[in-house]
Write a protein of this length. Structure first.
Length: 316
């Protein structure tokens, strides 16, 4: 399949694997193919979202664009190839849904976005238990712990268009927090969600990103490990699966999302019921439902819920 095929087929969403595996825990390279198995088993041909009552499989033309080639031990070459493939999807006018991979795939998203839309013409939302804004290179131009900081250093994205959610745990530092404040990043630590309430904080996030073209980078460890055991760097105290499914759906309804990636899933660490894969599958489906609602039905209110699922209507 090629970019020309995507154009000829009028594809809305192309799902692509970027199986980078440069995290110390290993195993992320298996994620894309594992998700194909899960989606095949779990009635992948069906796509009805009860929350908003839309059949996204019928409304959207969705294709599997295969996996981007990877170069063993060559992160730079691997990320460049991933950016090339994601760029093909964007050039065809489709949304790229990327299944990673270690979180260096975030560099892929930034490279593809800036090439397609130009510098400072997009925003990013970084879902993660960790800030991933380290200032050390570790001997390479970028890695999973500094991709969005790298994009900012390159002048590709404005500080005010950096949005990060869900950070917690033991990996932060005063220096990282200082950098976030100095560049003007719109960050929302788990402490804010806990102190000010989930609904109030999430409403604030939606207002901050309203009207922006988005690249969403979703590190699965933003979810509490009780829901997603198969992640590279688990950290207790995260979002529930219900919360993140809602968040992804609502972003897809409200905003133009050009690229969304799901990364740091490690099938080798998942439980025997594949609960992590199941959560990722439902996140993918929630995103597709939100996009179908926005693109095909013209609904852009992120709070939209089908009234029929809120009230059985049997009161006399």
């Amino acid at each position: 399949m090629s970019k020309e095929d995507l154009i000829a087929g009028k594809v809305d969403v192309a799902i692509v694997g970027v199986p980078s595996d440069f995290n110390a825990t290993g195993g992320q390279g298996w994620a894309a193919n594992q998700m194909r198995i899960i989606r095949t088993i779990d009635t992948a041909n069906k796509g009805y979202d009860r929350h908003v009552s839309i059949d996204y499989m019928k409304e959207l033309n969705i294709v599997d664009y295969g996996n981007a080639a990877q170069s063993m031990f060559q992160m730079g070459l691997s990320l460049a190839e991933g950016a090339k493939v994601v760029g093909e999807i964007l050039d065809a006018g489709a949304t790229a849904m990327v299944i990673g991979g270690s979180h260096d795939t975030e560099a892929v998203g930034h490279m593809a976005m800036v090439k397609k839309f130009g510098p400072k013409n997009y925003a990013t939302i970084h879902f993660d238990a960790h800030e991933d804004t380290y200032d050390v290179s570790l001997g390479t131009f970028v890695h999973g712990g500094r991709a969005r900081r790298w994009a900012w250093e390159k002048g590709w994205i404005k500080g005010e268009d950096l949005h990060s959610l869900g950070m917690r745990g033991a990996y932060g530092s005063p220096e990282i927090l200082k950098w976030q404040r100095e560049v003007g990043e719109r960050y929302h630590y788990m402490a804010e969600f806990e102190e000010k309430g989930f609904d109030a904080t999430w409403k604030k996030v939606l207002e901050e990103v309203k009207g922006k073209r988005l690249y969403i980078s979703f590190d699965v460890d933003v979810v509490d490990p009780s829901h997603v055991p198969g992640v590279s760097n688990p950290d207790p105290g995260g979002f529930t699966s219900a919360q993140v499914i809602r968040m992804v759906r609502e972003l897809a309804i409200q905003n133009e999302v050009a690229v969304i990636d799901f990364c740091e899933y490690t099938p080798l660490l998942d439980d025997r019921h594949y609960n992590t894969a199941l959560v990722i599958d439902r996140l993918m489906r929630a995103f597709l439902a939100g996009k179908a609602l926005r693109d095909k039905k013209g609904i852009t209110d992120p709070n939209y819920v089908d009234p029929q699922v809120l009230d059985h209507g049997q009161e006399k």
